[in-house]
Design a protein around this ligand. Sequence first.
Ligand code: IVH
Length: 714
Amino acid sequence: MKDVASLSREEAKVELARLAKVLHSADKAYFQEDAPERTDADYDSLKRRNAEIEQRFPDLKRYDSPSEQVGSAPSEGFQKVRHSIPMLSLENAFDESDVTEFDRSIRKFLGMSDDDPLAYTAEPKIDGLSLSLRYEDGQLVHAATRGDGTIGEDVTANALTIKDIPARIKSAPALLEVRGEVYMSHEDFSALNARQAEQDDKTFANPRNAAAGSLRQLDSRITAKRPLRFFAYAWGTVSEALADTQEGAINRLKGFGFATNPLMTLCNGTSDVVAHYRRIEEMRATLNYDIDGVVYKVNDLGLQTRLGFRTTTPRWAVAHKFPAELAWTQLDVIDIQVGRTGALSPVARLRPVTVGGVVVSNATLHNEDYIAGHDASGGKIRDGKDIRAGDWVQIYRAGDVIPKVADVDLSKRPKGAKPYEFPEECPVCGSPAIREEGDAVRRCTGGLVCRAQAVEKLKHFVSRGAFDIEGLGAKQVEDFHCRGWIAELADIFLLEERDRASEKRLKDQEGWGDKSADKLFLAINERKRIDFHRFLFSLGIRHLGEAAAKDLARHFNDWSPLAAAAIDAAKEPAMDDASQAALDGSPAWKEFLSIDGVGRTLVRSLVLTMDQEAERDSIERLAKHLEIVPPDVQSSDSPVAGKAIVFTGTLSRMTRNEAKARAEALGARVSGSVSAKTDLVVAGPGAGSKVKKATELGVETIDEDDWLALIGDA
Ligand code: IVH
């Protein structure tokens, strides 16, 4: 064998291809067939040779490089992978009326009547974790977890240890992303836990946790020993259409060698769908894997395309969930937590109890009315029974949500148990806690003086959907805040400077070292470039969730126009007398309210935040450190991308909602009113004042046919 140092570029390339083949085959024999074909020493030396060549010629490193594959030594963390199409979640339906509403909204969106046939597939919702598999020319090149939906973790080496996932597929499209669920069967789960217990290793609460823990192993040799399974149920990018229907596409995936769920059925309309739900519900206990509902998908892929997506969920699918699981336990005490917006949230501390396979020791109690047994308008909750320390309570858990209290057993109430007195002062800073009229929640008035609020704000800032800075989690920000290193958000980006100028270096603190401190500063610097919607979400403004942040980001494209619009909206004289009708009519409010997904409560909260000088200055201090990246205009090659569009009059080929959704999917912003900022008005028959205004302002107006031609749908 030629010495690595003397290999020519061409020879290196050939040698890397040979090593990839040999090592892949050795991996397969070792991990999948349990029949090693080489000695460990031989295997290691080939692997080392491969790494040395890659080091000499980094650009020749193959996409299927063995150094990234099964059997590789644990690395420090997973590579991040950006999904070419985001991995979305599903809207939930909890009862039949939600299912009927799902069907009705689809028909409305598409302009279909109640009698038009509409077929759905119905299949179990697997309780595991989703995975996206990218095949190029039939070869698996990437397997990525869902992550935050946009960026996941590269777990290719681990995915290759799963028998249901082929490393190579035949006669597939040149590019194919297969999506589905990784799970662990009941038997394998019990056997794994027994083995773990025997070896004094940690056991898992349920098969889902076991599957997640196993797939996210840095050492794929461990994953290889865990029997994971996979069901394919969806796809991402494909170079050619798989079929015309959902059912057809899944059958194609099955043909490529993927495991698909045998309980998927084609149904006609909602009654058929619900009948299948009942059948699956009855079979649930006999299945060898966990499911938590039934997923319905519009079968016609042409209709799926027309329906498209909301910010985080498709319009064409819904998850009909099974009822939540219940368990009784005793409530020890009621604690109060103070959140980032000052809300005092009561939490029930419980004697640990297993609910649906998970040990629960806390449950949310929402607010003081809820504890007292009524809602804000005086209606009874739990038949009016209040909750007291020492009570026996029934806990329920639906999916991943925080457990809640369903009922109280008054017959077991301890003698002398007193009604709970909700504090009127913040338990953290002692400021008065006030309940404003119409608000169910009592809030600490301490603002940034309140340590709890400041810390929670910082924790939110570094959380997953926000800045998500590696090495800077809840624990670290709490610690840094305590030390006086970070008081407000902007201080995070001054940490390194502080560190250099100070005698108290981070690297000298307990739990830190040279390497971890440098890594943290690097991670912070990397986050100075931040997507606009993440920046918005990270501010921790009340009512501004991830979905609304995306909607706002898409509409305003950048921070300064949004801030300017909020400040304009705050200046409306009607803000003071709170006359909503007057506000609705003002141009600044109109602009906000024209955005799909943005409602009055959010606008008010955003506007009130921007109206406070201290808040505004604090945000500006933060923004100074950042490069805010405008949202991905998905099809930036579309002539309407980035354009402000107004639809008016009657459209004949699609409903107004569909037209709006389609335009937004192409990167356009759709507004309800014409202004100087409008780029284009699409007018159908019956259009009136908006067209007139457009003409006055010199804004181009076209009809529906021209519009369809423009976006390439004619
Ligand atoms: S379809 C575009 N089908 O449920 C949406 N999802 O709550 C594609 N899941 O993230 C998802 N079983 O991890 C689909 N048969 C099934 C599923 C399923 C489980 C998971 C999936 C998704 C989550 C949404």
